[in-house]
Design a protein around this ligand. Structure first.
Ligand code: PLP
Length: 362
């Protein structure tokens, strides 16, 4: 006896927004020098690793994690001097916080962000069927087009506005006064995404008391803990309370809670590493700008966006990859990124290898 399969149509099951999406692709970096994903290239000294391992040793893996991650949350508040009038919610990476925030919006809500910007804002908005409003940055300096943003706020009253500070993939800090004008004009929430705060020497955390509609979001990924997946958002308790309702109860696993807590209690190591990265960033910036045909853009993050000669970006990207180095080809995104590549700052020897490979590829 044989069972006949009933005709089954995947397209009839899933929402049209999901069917229309394409998955976020991560390039295979096996065997390559990895300068594509804004990771910190440095590891920990051996004695620090041993101390970390001993904190993990008695972790009760048979138990669910602390759903409030109380100890870690208190450490974050302490080391980053977050005022007690604000609450902190943790996410499985700041990507999850973006997702939670957007999931909490009404289905006809609008979301606004400058372009080019961090791809997950649009990806997650599209998935949820929200109205995503993408406002081009100014072509000459990648700063905010303030009149365009204010006009869009007036017309669509977005529920959420994302401003990455510094911006990814352009690396610049937007003009502060323009950001203040946007926060003032917005009826909805404004999320300042400070993923690159460790490299920027600039922050809106101190601005939080000035506005009711402001959230500051951060992550430990770019600092040097990308593998642990931990982001956090800081804001008024009334806002955080709502987000906490849709957060899955055990979203931060026990090993991440312990490990990030340990790391933040040893921040000196990251300060040394980020300082080295910032020194290498200025070396790399100068070297890029001495190459004919290359224009590097100023960056306050741990990566540099640079422009290549007309219609050469993908060819150059592939030629660099052929020489064993993976960076990021931004040119498929088009618009202001048409001829652009993005390189993450690595160790000095990795950066040298990259500059050499780029020279060979021009
Ligand atoms: C990398 C990045 C994030 C995501 O961080 P995770 O905590 O690793 O999810 C968020 N925003 C911006 C602007 C980023 O570049």
């Amino acid at each position: 006896m044989s069972f006949k399969c009933r005709p089954f149509e995947v397209n009839s099951i899933f929402r049209k927004e999901v069917l229309a999406m394409s998955a976020y692709k991560v390039a295979d970096a096996q065997g390559l020098i990895k300068l594509d994903a804004m990771e910190n290239p440095y590891n920990w000294p051996e004695d620090l690793k041993l101390a970390w391992l001993s904190t993990l040793k008695d972790c009760p893996l048979n138990r669910y994690p602390d759903p409030t991650a109380l100890e870690l949350t208190q450490t974050i508040k302490r080391v980053y001097h977050i005022n007690d009038q604000f609450d902190v919610m943790l996410g499985n990476g700041s990507d999850e916080i973006i997702q939670l925030l957007l999931m909490a919006l009404p289905s006809n809500a609008s979301v606004m962000a400058p372009a080019p910007g961090f791809v997950m804002y649009k990806q997650l908005s599209d998935c949820l069927g929200l109205n995503y409003l993408s406002i081009p940055l100014k072509a000459d300096d990648f700063d905010l087009d303030l009149p365009a943003m204010l006009a869009t706020i007036k017309q669509h009253q977005p529920s959420v506005i994302f401003l990455a500070y510094p911006n990814n993939p352009t690396g610049n800090l937007f003009t502060k006064s323009a950001m203040h004008e946007i926060i003032t004009a917005a009826q909805g929430l404004v999320v300042i995404d400070e993923a690159y705060a460790p490299f920027a020497d600039a922050s809106f955390v101190d601005v939080l008391p000035e506005y009711d509609n402001l959230l500051v979001m951060r992550t430990v990924s770019k600092l040097g803990l990308a593998g642990l997946r931990l982001g956090y958002v800081i804001g008024r308790p009334e806002i955080i309370e709502q987000l906490n309702k849709i957060r899955l109860p055990y979203n931060i696993n026990s090993l991440t809670q312990l490990s990030v807590n340990f790391a933040l209690c040893n921040l000196e190591i990251f300060d040394q590493q980020t300082q080295k990265i910032c020194q290498e960033r200025s070396l790399m910036f100068n070297q890029l700008n001495t190459l004919t045909g290359i224009t590097a853009y100023n960056s306050a993050a741990n990566f540099i966006l640079f422009k290549t000669p007309n219609n050469q970006a993908t060819r150059i990207f592939l030629a660099i990859k052929q020489q064993g180095i993976l960076i990021k080809d931004m040119s498929p995104q088009g618009g202001l990124l048409s001829d652009c590549l993005r390189v993450t700052i690595g160790k000095p020897e990795e950066n040298k290898a990259f500059i050499n490979a780029l020279k060979n590829s021009l």
